[in-house]
Ligand binder design. Structure first.
Ligand code: HEM
Length: 400
């Protein structure tokens, strides 16, 4: 067991000329490395598969963003109580448990299966609109972004006609380079927009969509406040479209870079489930890792992490740990990749994963069969990748 302070490495690591699809490895040799975050605060970097699992399921690590010692991955505006209300990704039990309990039934696999005909219809319509617009086209603009945005809007009861407004604010919130005033403005505008919508749902009393149901079944009964419902909707709207959109864009790029495997997928549609899990593992779009604060001394990977110290669970490294996945840097759709942690692990594990999986399976299945001649347009070296909390590609010009 090591209890001495190792040298620190500046995090996140950069490697300007490497393949952007390959996460940059830790420069040090320590199993649990000492790092300096962009805020100047130090933390422990946990990157082995077993260690990340242990950390994320341990009750000795908190997700409470509002704690003054919390290892934020960037400077963030100090948020008062009303701006944090309902934002349960940054909370611990018992509040976190209560919000999860209200939402879990809405996102269960059975509920998502019922949504699949609508997902398929949306996917097919988007492909046909892109085809009608003519080749070449930007797959992100025509397909990867609209499909999950339309579905999360339908589920929540948010008008899709407002997509330009909420997509732009979401992007600012997730961009690691946004300034403090930009972050505060984007957060306030999104909350203001959703507060108006929640007020309408409360007044109308309809239960056809998730926000309406929560307004009637939880706010009207006094279990949660309207402000908390606004926080929940911000979280679901942002997390519910940008993540899956990036997976569709990048996933298409990976499939096009592996034409043999793409051909197999076309010939054997039953491979789609495994292909989606492998894409999730290989890309691990939540690249910067999950921050946690130790609330009790805990030993992880031979390192004692003291109460009050921060730790970052680096999902992208855990998902390429050679002890968990043989030849981890190879994309192999035949691999049994289901033990990946692209959706996190433990009590905060992604609540939207059944939805994301349905969207990804249908999106890749329809795209590969409906556009058999799909290919990248232009020079791959021109692709611009998004340096954000969630990794993505800005535009993906394609022909077919
Ligand atoms: C949590 C990834 C899609 C809603 C998470 C976490 C990860 C993640 C890694 C864990 C955060 C933590 O432990 O601190 C992804 C990926 C997605 C995706 C890779 C797409 C491929 C979605 C969708 C929704 C969603 C479609 C909405 C319906 C959430 C919410 C949380 C969460 C609300 C917080 C859960 C909690 O704190 O209990 N996601 N997500 N995600 N995700 Fe996703």
């Amino acid at each position: 067991m090591s209890d001495t302070l190792a040298p620190t490495h500046r995090f996140p690591f950069v490697q300007p000329n490497g393949d952007p699809l390959v996460p940059v490895p830790s420069p040090g040799s320590e199993r649990v490395a000492r790092i300096t975050l962009p805020t100047g605060r130090e933390a422990w970097l946990v990157s082995h598969h077993d260690d990340v699992r242990q950390l994320l399921r341990s009750p000795d690590f908190s997700s409470d963003f509002s704690h003054p010692l919390f290892p934020l991955l960037r400077e963030a505006p100090l948020l008062d109580e009303s701006r944090r209300a309902g934002f349960f990704i940054g909370m611990d039990a018992p509040d976190h448990t209560m919000f999860r309990r209200f939402l879990t039934p809405e996102f269960m696999i059975k509920a998502m299966r019922r949504l699949e005909p609508l997902i398929r219809e949306t996917v097919v319509e988007s492909i046909e609109s892109m085809r009608a617009a003519g080749s070449p086209a930007d797959l992100v603009e025509w397909f990867a972004l609209p499909v999950p945005s339309m579905i999360i809007c339908h589920l929540l009861g948010v008008p899709y006609s407002d997509h330009a407004f909420f997509q732009q604010r979401s992007r600012t919130l997730l961009n690691r380079k946004s300034s403090m005033p930009e972050l505060r403005a984007a957060g306030d505008e999104l909350r203001g927009y959703l507060a108006d919508l929640v007020a309408v749902k409360q007044r109308d009393g309809g239960t056809d969509d998730l926000l309406g149901r929560l307004a009637v079944e939880r706010v009207a009964t006094g279990e949660i406040t309207a402000q908390e419902l606004v926080g929940i909707s911000v979280l679901l709207l942002v997390a519910g479209h940008e993540t899956t959109a990036n997976m569709i864009g990048l996933g298409t790029l990976v499939l096009l870079r592996h034409p043999d495997q793409l051909a197999q997928l076309r010939e054997r549609p039953e491979l789609i489930d495994g292909a989606v899990e492998e894409l999730l593992r290989y890309l691990t779009i939540v690249r910067t890792g999950l921050p946690r604060l130790a609330v009790a001394d805990t030993e992880i990977g031979g390192q004692v992490i003291r109460a009050g110290e921060g730790a970052i669970a680096l999902l992208s490294a855990a998902n390429r740990d050679p002890e968990a996945f043989a030849r981890p840097d190879e994309f192999d759709l035949h691999r049994a990749a289901h033990s990946h942690m692209a959706f996190g692990f433990g009590v905060h594990q992604c609540i939207g994963q059944p939805l994301a999986r349905s969207e990804l399976r249908i999106a890749f299945a329809e795209l590969t069969t409906r556009l058999p001649g799909l290919a990248l347009a232009g020079d791959q070296t021109d692709l611009v990748f998004r340096d954000s909390t969630v990794f993505g590609v800005e535009r993906l010009p394609v022909t077919w």
